[in-house]
Design a protein. Structure first.
Lengths: 481, 974
C-alpha cells in the first residue's frame, strides 16, 4: 500500500531498461537543446539583437542588449546571462553516455549499432552546447561526467581548451554518425528506432552536421585551414545526405525551408506543426513580425529602412531589392518597407505554413546551420587562405541562386567583405550576425568598436548572479565586474 | 453496577464529543443524551480534565452566521486565536488561505500554499483538498486550472454545532501527519435540541454594495507621465527609438480621452441570499436529520457570482444496547461565475495578444466588448459527495468503533471564448478533475475507574487512500463561434478545432497512508491528568528507506481549582496544562519519494508544456522542478505548549491563554539548484523554523442584568517565526526573490533600502574616481539613492535587507454582544497588526516605461487600470528610463505597513419568542436580524484594502474588492 509507482515520473529503477528508454532520453537531450536556444528567443537575442543591426522600439531589455549594455537585470536579461539550460543539455548527455549501456544489457532489441549512433548524437549535442556557450561567455567549466548527487564545483576552463575538447568530440561523433537515418547508411543499418526516413530527416544530427559544426568551431578560433577542410567535406558530400541548395522562394515561403523539418536543415530543431509543436514563443517571428504580416502594432525589433537599402544594394536580389524610387521590387525579406516599421519577414511560418495574420502561433524550426552557411564559411576560409578562385566560385554559386550578377571587385569590393556582406543578407535572422561581425572584425583587426570590444573581452556576456552564487569557483567576466 | 458503568462512560464520551476535545476523547458517535432507558436518574457527570483551551472554538455560531458569508475561512476569520485567515480576493467563491499558528515554511509559489493549510474535518471525515500538481503544465503561476471553487463551503452554518480548532499536539496528534498544520473540526448538529424542535428554517437576503471608485482617463495618465518627460527629456522623447503609446498620443480620441465611465458597467450591486431548512425526527433508539440549503452570493464586479446547493442526511440507530450505527451523507453542488480578467485569461491560454492599448475607459466601447461575452460560456462547477458509515460495539467497558469514510469532489470547467475578444481566434477549454479520499478507521477503547484513579486506554489504526486526477484540454481557432464541443470527448473534435491546436493533458497522483497509535491516560482524583500518545505513521510519499515515522506526545493537566481552592467563590475555574511532543509531516508530492527520477519536462519559458521532441516522448532529469536526492528523512514538528484557563465569578469572566514554541524541523526546502548541472532548483532537507506565540482569549459579561446585558470578548493571536537552520549548514541563501537567513523571519521580504533621489549627477558618491554603481551601472541623476549596506560601492543583492513580514504578528477580533430585552446588537472588529505589504500595483504604475507593451503577466492592464488607486505623492520622480530599474518593486519604497482594524460586522436582531409564543405555539422560536459587514477600515496602507494581498505578500491590484454587504434575515425553529 505504501509502495506506489508514480504515474507522473519514471523512477531510477524503471529507467534504462528498454529501447524506448534510450530513445526518450536521447530525444530529451535534443529537446533540452531546443529549449536552451528558444528560451526567451535566446538564439536570436544572442545572435541578432546583440549585433545592434536591428532597431528596438519598445522593449527595454532588447534595447539594452543591442547597445551592449548587458548590466541591467530587467526583462529577460538575468535569464540570458544564465547558462543553466546549456548545462542541462550537457548533464542529460553525460547521463545518457554513462547509462545507455544498461539498455544494451537489458533489451535485446537494442543493438550495438543503435547505441553507437545514439552515443555519437549525445556527444555531438554536448559539444554543440559547449561551443555555443564559449561564444557567449568565453571560459566555461568543462564538465564531462554526470556527477549525480555530488555535483562538484568546477572552475572555468580556458575557452581554447574547451574548444579543443569540442573539436575532438565532434570528430569522434562525425566518425560514427550516418549521412542519413533509416536509409541503410553503412553506419546505420535498418530503420532507426523502427521509423521511416521521413520521421528523422532534419530532426537529428548527422555526419555532415558534425562537420559543419567543426567548420564553425575552427572558424571561430580563426583556424581557417581546418575550417576549409571541414567545410569541404560538407560541400563535397551533401548529395549523400539528400541535401541541396535552396531556391529563394523556398527560403522565405511560409511553408518553405524553415517550416517543419527537412534534410536541408543541417542542424535544426523543429517545431513541427503537425506534431502539435507550434508555439507562441521560441521563434524569431515573435520578435520581428508585426502588421501587416501579423496583427501586432509594433514589432519588438525591425531593420530600419536605411540599413535595408545599405545591405540590399544590388538590383534583382530575389530576397529584397528596391528600384530607384525606393519602391520594393521584391518583398521576400521585408514587408511594409515604406511604413514606420519595415517588417523583417523572411521567416514567417505561421500556423501550418499560412499567411493568416490573426494568430501568432509559429512553426518555424530553429536552424543553426544550413548548406548555404557552410558554402559561405568555406568561401570565407578560402578567401582568407588566399584561394581566391575557389572562394569566388562558391560565392557566385550562391549569388546566382539569389538573382545576383557574378561577384566583381569593382562593384562588390574586397572578396572577404563581399562574402560577409552575402552572409549578412543570406543568413539574416538566423542568429549568425553577431558572431559573423566578430570573425570579420578579427580578420580586419582594425580599431572598430567591435575590435575594441574583442580586446576588452566585452563581447562576452556577464554571468548571471544566481550562477555565480551556486559555484564558489566561478568568477565574473572581467569586463562586467 | 455494570449497567451504570456503561452508561457513565457513554455519558462522558458524549459530553466530550459534543463539546470539547479531551484527553479521553474517542471521537464518539452521537448517542442521544435523552436516552435514559438504562437508569432512572442521570448520574452526575464527572469533570474530566480538558487539555484544550477554552477559547479554541468559535464562541457563538449564531453570531458568526450573521456575517452571511459562505465559506469556512470567512466565517472563522478573527474568531479563533492563532488562526490567521487571508481573504485576498472579494470575488465570491474563491479560496481563502488559513494559517494556524503562523507559517513554518517559505512561500515561493502558489503550490507552496497547499502544504501549509490546516486539515478540515467535517463530522469526523478529514476533507481532501485540491492538489497543486497541475501547476506543472501551467506557464504562469496565477491560479490553478479547473473550477477553483472554494471547497470549504460544503455545509450550512446554521446546521453547525461547533467549530473547533486544534492547535497543540495534545489534541492534534490523534490526526497524525495530515493534521500537522492544525485541524479545524466542524461538527454539525445531530441532536434534536433540548426542547425537541423538529423543524428549523433560516433565511436571509441582502446585497453587496457597489464600491465607490474614482475613475481616470487618458488625460490623467498623460499628465502623470508628462512629469517624467518634462524632467528627463528635452523634446518629449527619451531617445530616438522611444515610442509614446498610441492610445495616449491623440487627445482627440474620445475612447481614451472622453468620459471614463466604464465603472458603471464594471461595478454593480451583488445580490445575496441564503435559505436552509432542517427536518429532524426519531426517538430514543433512532433519529435522523435532513437538511437542504442554498446560498447565492453576488459579487460587485463583472457579474461574478457563487451559488451552492447543499443536502445532508444523517441517521443514527441503536438497535441494541451494545450496538450503535451511524451514517451521514453530505452532497453539494458549487457553481461560480468567474471574473473576466485579462490576466487570468492570458495566463490560462499562455498567449498574449497585442498589448499595445488597454481596454478603453469609455462605457460605450467597454459595453461593446462586454457584449461579446454573450457568445461565450464559462461553466464552472463542483460536485461534492462526502460521508461515512460506522459501527460501534460496546461490550462492558470495552468499546470498538469502525468507520468507513469517503470524501469525493469533482470539478468541471467548460469554457469558450468567442473569436471577437481575441484577435479573431476563439478558444475552448475543458477541465475535469477529481480528488478522492477513502479512509478506514478502527478504534478500540477501554477504561476503568478505581476509587480516585481513572484509567483510559485507546488503540487505533487508520488507512487512507488519496487520489488526485485531472483531464484537461484546450484548443484554439475553432471553425466558428457557434459549434462548441467538449474537447475531452472522442475524436470528433478535430473537425471543429484543428488537431494541431488541441492540447491535451492528463495527470494523476496518489498518496496512501497507514497509521497506528496507542494512547493511555491516567487521571487522579479529577485533578491531575497525564496522557501519553505514541504513533507510527507510514506515507507512500516518503522515501522507501524512511517510510515510517514514530512520534510521541505527552500531555499533563492540573485542575488547580479542585486541588487548591475548591471552596473559593471568586475563582470558578483554574486549570493548567502542558504538552510536549512531535508529529511527522508528510510530503504532498510523490516525486520526493522516488529520489532522482526522470520526467518529460523539456519546455521553456512561455512554452512549459513541451513533452516531446520530434513527437517522441522525452525523459530527462527534472531540471525545472529541481534535483531530489536520496536519504530524505521525514520532516517533523516539535511543540511545547503551556496553557491556563481562569474563570471568575461563575465564569462570568473567562480568561484563557496558551503559549507555544513550535519547531518545524528537517523540512525539505527548494534551494537554488546547481546551474552547472542544469538544475534550476534542488530540494534539500534541513530547514528548521521556529514559531513562537501566545493565543489569548478573554470574555466577560460587563453588564448582566435580566433586561440588559453586554458581553465582550477579545481574541488575540500573537505569532512570530524565525529560521533556526538551513540545509547543509548554510547561513543564508537566496531563492527567487527571497533571502532565507538564519535568525530572520521565513516570510520576510528582501529589499533595497531607499534613501531618496539623486537630483544631480554630482550627488552620486564617488570613491577614487569611481561612481557608486548599481550592478556595475553608474548611478545618475534621477536614480534612487539606495543604501550601500556593505560599503563596496556597488548596489546589488548584498545590499538588500530582510524586512517586513507577510503573516501578521497579531491578529484577532473584538466582539461585543449587547442585549436589551429581546433586542440584541453585535459589533465585531477584526484586526491585523504588525504586517507589511508590497504595493506592487504602484510599482507597476510608475514603471510604465518597462511595462508598456511588456508581455509580462504582472503588467497586464485590466479595465481597472482606469481607476485611481494609491497615493502618487508618496513616490519620488525617478528616471523611469534608467537602466537601474528605479521603480523595481523590491525596494523599501513600496513596502508599507499593512496593519488594519475593520468594523467587520454590525448586526441588530430581535427575538420574537415572547411575541409569538403567547399567540401561537410555545415551541416556536423566531429571530429576525439586520446585518452589515465590512463597513469601515482603518489602516495606514495607501492601496485599496490591506486584505487584498496575494500569497507572496504583494498587492498587484488584480483582485476584486471585498464588498460591504447588508442583509435582512430570520431564524425560525418549530
Amino acid at each position: 500500500m505504501l509502495d506506489i509507482d508514480s504515474s507522473r515520473l519514471v523512477s531510477e529503477e524503471n529507467m534504462w531498461l528498454k529501447l524506448e528508454d534510450s530513445r526518450a532520453a536521447l530525444m530529451g537531450v535534443y529537446g533540452l537543446t531546443k529549449a536552451a536556444l528558444n528560451d526567451h528567443n535566446a538564439h536570436w537575442l544572442y545572435g541578432e539583437v546583440r549585433s545592434g543591426d536591428f532597431s528596438i522600439p519598445i522593449r527595454q531589455d532588447l534595447k539594452a542588449i543591442s547597445s551592449h549594455n548587458l548590466s541591467p537585470s530587467y526583462g529577460v536579461m538575468e535569464d540570458l546571462k544564465s547558462w543553466r539550460r546549456f548545462y542541462a543539455v550537457i548533464n542529460a548527455a553525460n547521463i545518457f553516455i554513462e547509462r545507455v549501456p544498461e539498455v544494451l544489457a537489458n533489451d535485446k532489441r537494442y543493438t550495438d549499432n543503435n547505441m553507437v549512433v545514439d552515443v555519437a548524437q549525445a556527444r555531438f549535442l554536448r559539444a554543440f552546447a559547449y561551443f555555443y556557450m564559449v561564444r557567449i561567455w568565453g571560459d566555461v567549466p568543462l564538465i564531462t561526467s554526470s556527477q549525480e548527487g555530488k555535483f562538484t564545483d568546477a572552475p572555468r576552463e580556458d575557452q581554447f581548451k574547451v574548444l579543443a575538447w569540442v573539436q575532438q568530440e565532434l570528430e569522434a561523433a562525425a566518425a560514427d554518425l550516418p549521412y542519413r537515418y533509416s536509409v541503410n547508411d553503412p553506419q546505420q543499418i535498418g530503420n532507426y528506432y523502427n521509423e521511416a526516413p521521413s520521421r528523422w530527416d532534419g530532426a537529428l544530427a548527422r555526419k555532415l552536421t558534425a562537420y559543419a559544426l567543426l567548420a564553425h568551431v575552427a572558424a571561430w578560433q580563426s583556424n581557417y585551414p581546418d575550417a576549409a577542410t571541414y567545410s569541404k567535406f560538407v560541400v563535397d558530400n551533401y548529395g549523400k545526405a539528400g541535401m541541396g541548395l535552396i531556391p529563394s522562394e523556398t527560403l522565405s515561403a511560409a511553408n518553405g525551408f524553415f517550416y517543419d523539418k527537412n534534410s536541408n536543415q543541417l542542424l535544426g530543431f523543429g517545431h513541427v506543426y503537425n506534431h502539435v509543436e507550434g508555439s507562441f514563443t521560441g521563434h524569431i517571428e515573435e520578435l520581428t513580425l508585426a502588421t501587416p504580416v501579423v496583427d501586432k502594432t509594433i514589432p519588438d525589433m525591425f531593420l530600419p529602412k536605411d540599413k535595408i537599402l545599405q545591405y540590399f544594394n544590388e538590383a534583382n536580389d530575389q530576397r529584397f531589392s528596391a528600384d530607384t524610387l525606393g519602391n520594393p521590387t521584391s518583398e521576400n525579406y521585408f514587408r511594409n518597407f515604406n511604413g514606420r516599421y519595415p517588417i523583417f519577414s523572411k521567416i514567417k511560418c505561421i500556423l501550418g505554413g499560412v499567411t493568416n495574420p490573426t494568430f501568432r502561433l509559429f512553426s518555424s524550426a530553429t536552424v543553426f546551420t544550413r548548406l548555404e552557411d557552410i558554402y559561405l564559411l568555406r568561401a570565407e576560409s578560402l578567401a582568407v587562405l588566399g584561394e581566391t578562385n575557389g572562394a569566388i566560385d562558391l560565392l557566385n554559386t550562391l549569388r546566382e541562386r539569389r538573382g545576383l550578377a557574378k561577384y566583381a571587385f569593382e562593384k562588390n569590393g574586397e572578396l572577404v567583405d563581399a562574402i560577409f556582406h552575402e552572409r549578412n543578407r543570406e543568413l539574416m535572422g538566423e542568429g549568425h550576425r553577431w558572431y559573423d561581425l566578430i570573425r570579420y572584425s578579427r580578420l580586419k583587426n582594425d580599431n572598430s568598436p567591435i575590435n575594441q570590444m574583442i580586446r576588452a573581452n566585452a563581447i562576452y556576456w556577464p554571468i548571471a548572479k544566481d550562477v555565480l552564487a551556486q559555484n564558489s569557483k566561478l568568477t565574473q567576466n572581467e569586463y562586467w565586474k | 453496577m455494570s449497567v451504570k458503568w456503561k452508561f457513565k462512560s457513554l455519558m462522558i464520551l458524549t459530553l466530550l464529543s459534543a463539546q470539547m476535545a479531551d484527553a479521553d476523547e474517542l471521537n464518539e458517535f452521537f448517542v442521544d443524551k435523552q436516552d435514559t432507558s438504562q437508569t432512572d436518574t442521570v448520574p452526575e457527570l464527572r469533570a474530566v480534565y480538558r487539555f484544550d483551551q477554552a477559547n479554541n472554538k468559535v464562541g457563538s455560531i449564531k453570531n458568526i452566521s450573521l456575517i452571511t458569508a459562505h465559506s469556512l475561512p470567512q466565517l472563522i476569520k478573527g474568531e479563533l486565536p492563532g488562526v490567521y485567515v487571508s481573504e485576498s480576493n472579494g470575488e465570491p467563491g474563491t479560496s481563502q488561505q488559513m494559517f494556524v499558528r503562523g507559517l513554518n515554511k517559505p512561500i515561493f509559489t502558489n503550490r507552496d500554499i497547499y502544504s501549509t493549510q490546516p486539515l478540515i474535518v467535517l463530522d469526523g471525515v478529514p476533507q481532501i483538498g485540491e492538489h497543486p500538481f497541475s501547476f506543472d503544465i501551467q506557464n504562469y503561476d496565477v491560479e490553478r486550472i479547473g473550477p477553483e471553487n472554494n471547497l470549504l463551503t460544503t455545509f450550512d452554518i446554521d446546521n453547525i454545532e461547533s467549530i473547533v480548532v486544534h492547535k497543540d499536539l495534545a489534541t492534534l496528534a490523534k490526526y497524525g501527519p495530515i493534521g500537522v498544520n492544525g485541524v479545524i473540526e466542524i461538527t454539525s448538529k445531530k441532536s434534536l435540541g433540548p426542547d425537541k424542535k423538529r423543524i428549523s428554517v433560516n433565511s436571509y437576503g441582502g446585497f453587496s454594495a457597489r464600491p465607490a471608485v474614482t475613475t481616470i482617463n487618458g488625460s490623467y495618465e498623460n499628465a502623470f507621465r508628462k512629469q517624467f518627460y518634462d524632467l528627463f527629456t528635452t523634446n518629449g522623447r527619451y531617445n530616438e527609438d522611444d515610442v509614446y503609446p498610441i492610445y495616449l498620443s491623440d487627445s482627440l480620441n474620445n475612447n481614451y480621452f472622453g468620459p471614463s465611465n466604464w465603472s458603471d458597467s464594471y461595478y454593480h450591486n451583488g445580490y445575496n441570499y441564503g435559505a436552509n431548512a432542517t427536518v429532524a425526527g426519531g426517538g430514543n433508539r433512532s433519529n435522523f436529520q435532513f437538511n437542504l440549503g442554498t446560498i447565492q452570493n453576488g459579487g460587485t464586479a463583472e457579474d461574478t457570482e457563487f451559488d451552492k446547493l447543499n443536502a445532508r442526511f444523517y441517521l443514527n440507530l441503536r438497535p441494541f444496547n451494545w450496538l450503535v450505527f451511524e451514517t451521514l451523507v453530505n452532497v453539494n453542488r458549487l457553481n461560480r461565475d468567474r471574473n473576466k480578467n485579462l490576466r487570468n485569461r492570458y495566463a490560462m491560454m499562455g498567449y498574449f495578444p497585442d498589448l499595445g492599448a488597454p481596454i478603453s475607459p469609455n462605457k460605450e466601447v467597454y459595453d461593446k466588448y462586454l457584449d461579446e461575452f454573450d457568445k461565450s460560456f464559462d461553466n464552472n462547477f463542483n460536485n461534492l459527495l462526502g460521508g461515512f458509515f460506522g459501527l460501534q460495539f460496546n461490550v462492558d467497558r470495552l468499546r470498538f468503533k469502525t468507520k468507513f469514510g469517503i470524501d469525493y469532489n469533482e470539478g468541471y470547467r467548460d469554457l469558450f471564448y468567442p473569436s471577437t475578444i481575441l484577435e479573431s481566434n476563439n478558444f475552448a477549454s475543458n477541465y475535469y478533475g477529481y480528488n478522492q479520499r477513502i479512509l478506514i478507521d478502527n478504534t478500540l477503547v477501554y477504561d476503568f475507574q478505581n476509587d480516585a484513579n481513572y484509567f483510559y486506554f485507546e488503540a487505533g489504526n487508520s488507512f487512507t487512500w488519496d487520489v488526485f486526477k485531472y483531464n484537461y484540454a484546450y484548443a484554439f481557432k475553432g471553425v466558428n463561434d457557434y459549434i462548441k464541443i467538449n474537447l475531452l470527448g472522442g475524436d470528433q473534435n478535430s473537425s471543429v478545432f484543428p488537431k494541431q491546436l488541441i492540447y491535451k493533458f492528463l495527470d494523476r497522483t496518489r498518496h496512501n497512508m497507514i497509521s497506528v497509535y496507542g494512547k493511555g491516560s491516567y487521571t487522579y482524583d479529577n485533578t491531575y491528568t497525564a496522557s501519553l500518545m505514541l504513533r507510527y505513521d507510514g506515507s507512500s510519499n516518503a522515501q522507501p528507506t524512511a517510510r515510517w515515522f514514530f512520534s510521541p506526545t505527552l500531555s499533563l493537566g492540573w485542575n488547580a481549582k479542585n486541588s487548591l481552592m475548591a471552596d473559593n467563590e471568586q475563582i470558578s475555574q483554574l486549570n493548567f496544562r502542558a504538552s510536549v511532543g512531535r508529529l511527522g509531516i508528510y510530503n504532498m508530492y510523490d516525486n520526493y519519494s522516488q529520489g532522482p527520477s526522470y520526467t518529460a519536462q523539456i519546455g521553456y519559458t512561455g512554452n512549459m508544456i513541451v513533452p516531446s521532441y520530434n513527437a517522441f516522448a522525452a525523459l530527462v532529469r527534472p531540471y525545472e522542478v529541481g534535483w531530489v536526492g536520496y536519504d530524505i528523512p521525514w520532516s517533523y514538528m516539535d511543540e511545547v505548549n503551556i496553557g491556563m484557563d481562569l474563570g471568575l465569578q461563575q465564569n462570568k469572566l473567562q480568561f484563557s491563554l496558551d503559549a507555544y514554541v513550535r519547531d518545524t524541523k528537517d523540512q525539505l526546502v527548494m534551494l537554488p539548484g546547481k546551474r552547472d548541472f542544469g538544475y534550476k532548483y534542488q530540494y534539500e532537507s534541513g530547514l528548521d523554523v521556529r514559531n513562537m506565540g501566545v493565543d489569548l482569549g478573554i470574555s466577560g459579561d460587563i453588564i448582566n442584568k435580566s433586561q440588559l446585558s453586554w458581553n465582550s470578548g477579545i481574541i488575540l493571536g500573537f505569532n512570530t517565526n524565525k529560521i533556526l537552520a538551513l540545509p547543509n549548514g548554510l547561513d543564508e541563501v537566496a531563492v527567487d526573490n527571497r533571502l532565507l537567513k538564519v535568525g530572520e523571519r521565513v516570510d520576510a521580504f528582501w529589499l533595497l533600502e531607499n534613501q531618496g533621489i539623486y537630483l544631480t549627477d554630482n550627488d552620486v558618491p564617488q570613491q577614487s574616481g569611481q561612481l557608486l554603481t548599481y550592478r556595475a551601472i553608474d548611478l545618475k541623476a534621477g536614480d534612487p539613492i539606495w543604501k550601500d549596506q556593505n560599503g563596496d560601492f556597488n548596489i546589488d543583492d548584498e545590499d538588500r535587507i530582510v524586512k517586513g513580514n507577510i503573516i501578521p504578528k497579531v491578529s484577532g477580533s473584538w466582539n461585543n454582544s449587547l442585549r436589551y430585552n429581546n433586542f440584541d446588537l453585535n459589533l465585531n472588529f477584526y484586526f491585523n497588526l504588525g504586517r507589511s505589504i508590497m504595493n506592487q500595483e504602484m510599482s507597476n504604475r510608475f514603471n510604465f516605461i518597462e511595462n508598456e507593451n511588456a508581455r509580462e503577466i504582472d503588467a497586464i492592464k485590466e479595465i481597472t487600470y482606469w481607476e485611481k488607486r494609491g497615493d502618487y505623492s508618496k513616490y519620488p520622480l525617478y528616471n523611469p528610463w534608467s537602466s537601474v530599474s528605479p521603480y523595481q518593486v523590491n525596494q523599501s519604497l513600496f513596502l508599507e505597513n499593512g496593519s488594519f482594524v475593520k468594523l467587520r460586522t454590525v448586526s441588530l436582531g430581535y427575538n420574537m419568542k415572547d411575541v409569538l409564543s403567547s399567540k401561537y405555539s410555545k415551541k416556536m422560536d423566531l429571530y429576525v436580524y439586520l446585518s452589515a459587514n465590512n463597513l469601515l477600515t482603518l489602516s495606514p496602507y495607501s492601496g485599496r484594502d490591506p486584505e487584498l494581498v496575494n500569497y507572496l505578500g504583494y498587492d498587484l491590484g488584480y483582485s476584486l474588492p471585498l464588498p460591504k454587504t447588508f442583509a435582512l434575515g430570520f431564524k425560525l425553529n418549530l
